[in-house]
Design a protein. Structure first.
Length: 160
């Protein structure tokens, strides 16, 4: 994770086993936070199509592009946003909470990709970080009555 500024917007950095030399942008890309609705949600700046659907199926295997949660545990709206300083998640299978930054480091997510990973959150906390963690506070339990399934797909760029 070490990096050296070589001047003229050129940086050399070590990312796990790779040496990367790149031209950096002056400003990090800011992606618009969006409130999700039931049905199809198209987020062009993220390059994502997000489907939010209710389901009667109580058995879902979480995948990097799909998650099922207990709808009644969600407080307010579901928002897709970028990570923020100090973000924490209470991941399934773990006691306590973990900093999102530490989660990305442990999962070997390169620094330049971390701001492009969507964070699904409500008013109380982080519900899901695709490919990384599901918040245990939103898990489906035997007494869960309403299941909400969130699926993400990449929007294919149109060929001209």
């Amino acid at each position: 994770g070490k990096s050296v500024d070589l001047g003229r917007n050129i940086v050399a950095e070590v990312s796990y086993d790779d040496l990367i030399i790149k031209v950096v942008q002056v400003n990090e890309i800011k992606l618009q936070s969006r409130t999700l609705n039931l049905g199809r949600n198209i987020l062009p700046d993220w390059g994502l199509l997000i489907k939010v659907e209710e389901s009667d199926n109580r058995v879902y295997k979480t995948h990097e592009s799909i998650v099922a949660v207990d709808k009644d545990k969600i407080h307010g709206d579901i928002i897709v946003r970028q990570r923020r300083n100090g973000d924490r998640i209470r991941p399934l299978g773990m006691d306590g909470s973990k900093k999102v930054k530490d989660l990305f480091i442990d999962n070997k997510i390169p620094r330049e990709k971390r701001g492009k990973i969507p964070i699904f959150a409500d008013e109380k906390g982080i519900i899901w970080i695709p490919g990384n963690a599901v918040g245990r506070d939103y898990r489906i339990e035997p007494d869960s009555k309403r299941i909400l399934v969130i699926t993400i797909d990449r929007i294919e760029e149109e060929k001209n």
